[in-house]
Design a binder for this molecule. Structure first.
Ligand code: 26Q
Length: 681
């Protein structure tokens, strides 16, 4: 245990395994503990843990209230959380006690862990980064909070039928989630200049009829390692005030009024799968505004509890924008400062710029968000008015700085002119903040010299790099016990909270005994994975082959196709000469294709056909095996990464902003095959 954490000791269940398992089964559900299902047991254990952590959660809140430090707010449309139970037990330092109680109760702990659905509230890297960051903020005892949306349906579930991807909805909240706490006393009102109804199964606006949405916060505890700090991830759920409109009700249109409530609730119904092309997504625009309005109003309310001087806001709050998705928060804060606080423009603008910072995650120009001016006019006209004024003042500065350069003015404008006028969200994020960062050195450099060159020229001091990271608690300590134990035996446990310490393994490369232990730990991890794979899928793979893995969203630039064609080459070599000297390999692929991305879906089909072709060939199947693991998720990554020998990071150079699975593979001892791109460099 880290010395600073020792004073807290283990979490106690008063030495009584019945307290862990039986109490909630009996008192919440009136179930005979002997007859409970594993799912019921999972819920009961999670609730018992919540009882234990509730006091510490409150203590963190009280401490932050008393000391009133500057808080970091991470605004993100995605938090790809995965499962929580194993990580929460570990971060509470309760592993030993929970396992002892489980074996006393004859409960298979791993089967229990499997009962929890993945909270798949994200598409991939950007969403998982947000989840890693909030955990790390808690571990580092930073007063930080995540703000996101409580999607009723997360990233779609993928099945493979006849080699093709098919999608199913992810109804992850079908059963009660023991980790969330609804905060009815912190509901936020969001005002819109239109109403909505459902027409033809889709949300359709009714212009000119202002309406109000309610944001209902659901809080999730974010437990730092050692549980000294428990921060909060606040996810908003949309509903209509009083569930229906009394006006309509009293006029007899009961069904019409209820339909409006259904329309309101559909706003946080489903996560948009990243289609990389942005068109016809009014609902996505509304989701983004809903997140921003709820979160900014909530944090401003918290600020006003202790502060009366608005100028103090940047000293008390840092708002980090996870890509441009939450950029409307800039306009929302301006609305509050101008219209509610009645501040003069210059004061409001200075406070806003000093409060916001923006992280860019992509270099693909087609992935940059631009929203039609028309949607602003329809839903949030006051915000549009303010964006126009921001733009007028900004372009005056551009003209002053670069006289006689109208094409530069057009390039930098917050508004893209054309048949449909659009707001360029990245430009608003850069102009409305004091900091713009990329997520790896090469990415930040390409931002400065290509995608955002005009802005770098004008505001060089605003640009910086913050290379991504991952939490070693989830991705090594919890995911790979054999390797984690080996490292702790060799170095002590400081690496758990300070990964730099891992450099002290270097001299052990010369230690034959350590190398043997390392190989054994790696093999144990492989065997763990193989057990799981057989039990879940029936697929048998050989631990004495090289496990070569490429797991990420399916995308042309990530080049799963290049990897597959390499396998075709190996196959052809074997067919030409069955005696070719070639190590035996098992290739794993996993990842989802956006439902509308036809080429990506075709690549999945190709990989599955390749797998079947090899399986059917008596010579090839002795040396090669290809496995496409369906329904890639955080939980599958946690299993496959520790078992992998080779990590495929082969994006077209200059396209992968950072990559983060590269880091997870590396800390688990895999070798990287990679292009010089992103953080892989
Ligand atoms: C935008 C508008 C409408 C609908 C969906 C979207 C959308 C959603 C998700 C656009 C992009 C994303 C996700 C992007 C993403 O995950 N990017 C990855 O971010 C990682 C964290 O910085 C990097 O490591 C990866 O390189 C980058 O691809």
């Amino acid at each position: 245990m880290h010395p600073d954490l020792a004073e807290y000791g283990d979490v106690q269940f008063h030495g009584d395994p019945n307290a862990l398992y039986d109490r909630h089964l009996v008192f919440d559900y009136a179930i005979d503990p002997d007859l409970a299902t594993n799912r019921e047991r999972y819920e009961a254990v999670a609730r018992s843990l919540r009882d234990v952590l509730a006091l510490r959660w409150l203590r963190t809140k009280k401490t932050h209230y008393r000391l009133d430090p500057k808080r970091a707010y991470y605004l993100s449309m995605e938090f790809l959380i995965g499962r929580s139970l194993a990580n929460n037990v570990t971060n509470l330092l309760a592993d030993r006690e929970v396992r002892r109680a489980s074996s006393e109760k004859n409960v298979d702990w791993f089967e229990l862990l499997d009962q929890e659905p993945d909270a798949g509230l994200g598409n991939g890297g950007l969403g998982r980064l947000a989840a890693c960051f909030v955990e790390s903020m808690a571990t580092l005892e930073i007063p930080g909070m995540g703000y996101g949306l409580r999607y009723e349906y997360g990233i779609f579930r993928q099945s493979i039928r006849d080699g093709w991807q098919t999608e199913r909805p992810d109804n992850w909240l079908r059963r009660p989630d023991p980790w969330e706490v609804v905060r009815l006393d912190n509901i936020v009102e969001v005002k819109l200049n239109c109403s909505f109804h459902i027409r033809g199964g889709a949300l359709a606006p009714i212009p000119g009829k202002p309406s109000i949405l309610l944001g209902v916060p659901f809080d999730r505890p974010v437990i730092g390692f050692g549980a000294k700090t428990i921060n909060t991830l606040r996810l908003w759920s949309a509903t209509a005030p009083d569930s229906f409109d009394f006006q309509d009700f009293s006029h007899g249109d009961f069904v019409g009024a209820v339909t409006e409530a259904v329309a309101a609730e559909s706003i946080t119904r489903v996560l948009y799968p990243d289609d990389s092309t942005i068109s016809g997504q009014e609902l996505r625009f509304l989701q983004e505004y809903f997140l921003c309005a709820c979160s900014v109003r909530d944090l401003v309310r918290r600020f006003r509890v202790t502060q009366s001087d608005w100028k103090q806001l940047p000293e008390k709050a840092a708002i980090q924008l996870n890509d441009t998705h939450p950029t409307l928060a800039v306009a929302e804060l301006m609305v509050i400062l101008l219209d509610d606080a009645k501040l003069p423009w210059d004061d409001a603008w200075s406070i806003t710029q000093r409060t916001f910072a923006y992280t860019n995650h992509t270099l693909l120009p087609e992935a940059l968000e631009k929203w039609p001016v028309e949607w602003f006019e329809l839903m949030i006209p006051r915000h549009l008015e303010i964006i126009y004024e921001i733009n007028r003042r900004f372009l005056d500065q551009v003209r002053g700085r670069y006289p006689g350069d109208p094409s530069r003015v057009a390039r930098m404008s917050l508004i893209e002119e054309g048949s449909e006028r659009k707001v360029r969200m990245a430009h608003l994020a850069i102009v409305g903040s004091h900091s713009t960062n990329g997520v790896a050195e090469i990415h930040s450099k390409l931002l400065r010299t290509h995608l955002l060159a005009d802005f770098w020229d004008m505001y060089p001091e605003r640009f910086s790099n913050k290379t991504n990271g991952v939490t070693q608690r989830r991705w090594l300590l919890v995911a790979n016990p054999p390797l984690a134990n080996l490292i702790t035996d060799a170095l002590g446990d400081k690496w758990i909270v300070g990964l730099d310490d891992i450099a002290n393994l270097k001299p052990l490369a010369g230690d034959a005994q350590f190398r043997a232990s390392f190989r054994k730990a790696r093999r144990d991890a492989k065997l763990r994975f193989i057990d799981w794979l057989v039990s879940q899928t029936g697929i048998r793979v050989d631990p004495d082959t090289i496990f070569d893995s490429q797991i990420k969203r399916i995308h042309e630039y990530k080049r799963q196709l290049l990897n597959a064609l390499h396998i075709v080459v190996l196959y052809n070599r074997l067919l030409q000469n069955p005696l070719t000297d070639m190590p035996r390999r098992t290739f794993f692929f996993a990842g989802k294709a956006a439902p509308a991305y036809r080429l990506a879906k075709l690549i999945i089909k190709f990989i599955n056909n390749l797998a079947a072709t090899i399986d059917a060939h008596p010579v090839a199947r002795e040396r090669l095996q290809v496995v496409f693991l369906p329904d890639y998720s955080v939980s599958i990554a946690e299993r496959l990464i520790p078992a992998s020998d080779i990590s495929e990071q082969i994006s077209t150079a200059g396209y992968e902003a950072s990559g983060t699975s590269n880091m997870k593979f590396m800390m688990n001892g895999a070798l990287t095959v990679g292009t010089r791109d992103g953080a892989t460099i």
